[in-house]
Design a protein around this ligand. Structure first.
Ligand SMILES: Nc1ncnc2c1ncn2[C@@H]1O[C@H](COP(=O)(O)OP(=O)(O)OP(=O)(O)O)[C@@H](O)[C@H]1O
Ligand SMILES: [Mg+2]
Length: 571
């Protein structure tokens, strides 16, 4: 019920649309009742009394009533459904905004496909319920009430029979509704799985082709797809059962009415025309009542979806701005990790890690795979918060700073060269959206990217996502370096690409990096010999701890883990 109330709140801003639709609903309901009512004069005046005026007027009246009903129905439908779509748009926007607010853990815990599916399928299913409930309860509810009025007006005793039967139909509807809600949730989970297979296999198509995995992914896809079908089959079974069960229950009512009403007509206590008017209203009543109850099922379905959506909306971001932040405009650039420990799940990934990087220094992190280098780097921009100890920037705990302030001090160049579907200039401008083209160009030159950019069809205005625009690994890296140079932040976090480039490209990337590191405090996860040679200090990490610190020469002389890694990696 709470979920439902919350769902309804989203339609509040569109109150006037709903109000118009409601007024139109009354018109639809009213005309339905009028049609049932008209059966009586039709039969009585025309066939019993042979009244010629009515005979001429009634067909005209029928057309007018249906015309009015058509217009009302259109207005009713148009406004309620647009209101529903607008509400959904709001929910989807809020949902997306929430995702941007959530911390990195949310994204590493959920596959991208599952997240995509939540934004698309779950929200879509929520909308169906919102729209259905309003149409169902308003239009069909009003129609049902109007028809009930006719029934009671015609013959209250007969009406009571109908009235006893109707509530009985609600019982199975309620049971079925609960089942359908649970099934809806499961189906959405399966939709998530399907989307995540799609996302994974479309982005990883090269690997699939190279390893001839086509048949395997096809099998996996059709298995998941079949799982979804099995689930939907249950859901179809329940909703298909719903109507027959209701019809059987109502047949008792109809039988009662025929028996009881028929004997009244035969006994002369009710006219035949009245009886038919009653029967018409009763038969007409059946359809809106059925729709109201069906609307209930689809509401259950959308509540199932809404619960999943609200689960995410209610999550608190792990990393948030402090209540009383300290201000920091431009940092000096001293970075320190002090006795830091950290865990992703239960297992401690970092233990008592301490390191310092003073303004302008280059600190290289080296260590075996899985040692915790990337993790250390992700604590500085607060992608995650430490479990123990502290990360300090200019001596200030980063948790005391506003995230905006903190992140404007940091430029990040990741192993993965992330470029967006936009022009080259805008991809470089990412950190400073308003930067003039001269600055973009200067950054590109310093990153050794200017020359290849000028060879592209539209230079800096070339769109990266366009067909035919293909960038090599080294070119992508240099664009990301240009982006960091333009941002001109005092602290640089650099995860060097492991993939080897050809010598010429490698040389350019190295020079670009050298330009980037100038006058910045740099923490770099080193994979290149040149980087460790030029580093002011090398910090060797193993199993989440700092095991050695020193310059290349010192560490080589020591003959410890660094020596081993050096021999393996650089010679
Ligand atoms: N998002 C995550 N959730 C849970 N565990 C994680 C996550 N990311 C990393 N880990 C674990 O934390 C440990 C350290 O990982 P990290 O990525 O920091 O290593 P690394 O030193 O950067 O390794 P590599 O040189 O291979 O990149 C590993 O044992 C890894 O399995
Ligand atoms: Mg790593």
């Amino acid at each position: 019920m709470d979920t439902f109330k919350r769902l309804i709140v989203y339609s509040k801003p569109y109150g006037w649309r709903i109000a118009i639709s409601m007024v139109a609903s009354f018109a639809v309901g009213g005309t339905d009742a009028a049609i049932a009512y008209m059966v009586e004069p039709l039969l009585k005046k025309i066939f019993t009394e042979k009244d010629m005026t009515i005979f001429v007027l009634l067909p005209v009246a029928v057309i007018i009533v249906f015309l009015a009903r058509g217009v009302a129905r259109f207005i009713q439908e148009y406004y309620i459904r647009t209101a529903g779509q607008l509400a959904i748009q709001d929910i989807r926007n809020e949902f997306y905004r929430k995702h941007m607010e959530l911390s990195l853990r949310h994204f590493s815990d959920n596959p991208a496909g599952v997240l995509i599916s939540r934004v698309m399928s779950d929200v879509g299913q929520m909308q169906q319920g919102v729209a259905n409930v309003v149409t169902g309860l308003l239009r069909d509810g009003v129609t049902a009430i109007g028809l009930l009025g006719v029934i009671f007006y015609r013959n209250w005793q007969l009406a009571l029979i109908t009235f006893i039967v109707l509530p009985l139909t609600a019982l199975p509807a309620q049971k079925i509704g609960m089942r359908i809600k649970k099934l809806a949730k499961q189906s959405l989970e399966q939709m998530g799985e399907i989307t995540s297979i799609l996302q994974e296999t479309f982005t990883g198509i090269k690997v699939i082709k190279a390893f001839r995995l086509e048949q395997r992914v096809i099998d996996r896809f059709s298995r998941t797809n079949f799982g979804l079908y099995r689930n939907l089959r249950k859901s179809i079974k329940y909703s298909a059962l719903h109507t027959p069960i209701m019809e059987v229950i109502t047949s008792f009512g109809v039988a009662g009415v025929i028996w009881f009403g028929g004997s009244q007509v035969l006994g002369g206590r009710m006219s035949a025309s009245e009886f038919f008017s009653f029967l018409t209203a009763m038969v007409m009543l059946y359809s809106p009542v059925k729709k109201v109850l069906n609307a209930y099922n689809s509401v259950q379905q959308s509540i199932g979806a809404a619960e999943r959506v609200f689960d995410v909306l209610d999550q608190k971001p792990e990393v948030e701005d402090p209540a009383d932040p300290l201000t920091l405009v431009k940092a000096r650039g001293d970075v320190e990790l002090r006795n830091v420990s950290f865990r992703y799940n239960d297992e401690e990934v970092l233990r008592d890690v301490s390191l310092t990087a003073r303004r302008g220094e280059v600190i290289a992190l080296v260590g075996p795979s899985g040692a915790g280098k990337t993790t250390i780097m992700s604590l500085i921009p607060r992608f995650y918060d430490v479990a123990g100890g502290a990360v300090l920037l200019d001596g200030i705990d980063v948790r005391r700073l506003r995230l905006d302030d903190l992140l404007s001090q940091i430029a990040l160049v990741d192993q993965e060269t992330v470029l967006f579907n936009d022009t080259i200039a805008n991809n470089i401008r990412l950190g400073c959206p308003g930067a003039p083209l001269e600055d973009v160009e200067r950054a590109a030159r310093a990153a050794f990217a200017h020359d290849f950019i000028m060879e592209m069809p539209e230079g800096y205005e070339t769109n990266i996502g366009d067909r035919g625009v293909r960038l090599s690994g080294g070119q992508r890296q240099r664009l990301c370096i240009a982006r960091a140079i333009l941002k001109d932040a005092p602290i640089l976090l650099l995860d060097e690409a492991t993939s080897a480039l050809d010598t010429e490209s490698e040389h350019m990337v190295q020079q670009a990096l050298a330009n980037l590191m100038q006058n910045r405090t740099t923490l770099v996860i080193a994979h290149r010999l040149s980087t460790v040679l030029h580093a002011d200090r090398i910090v060797v990490i193993d199993k989440g701890r700092v095991v050695e610190t020193g310059t290349n020469d010192e560490l080589l002389a020591r003959g410890g883990l660094y020596r081993k890694l050096y021999d393996m990696q650089f010679t």
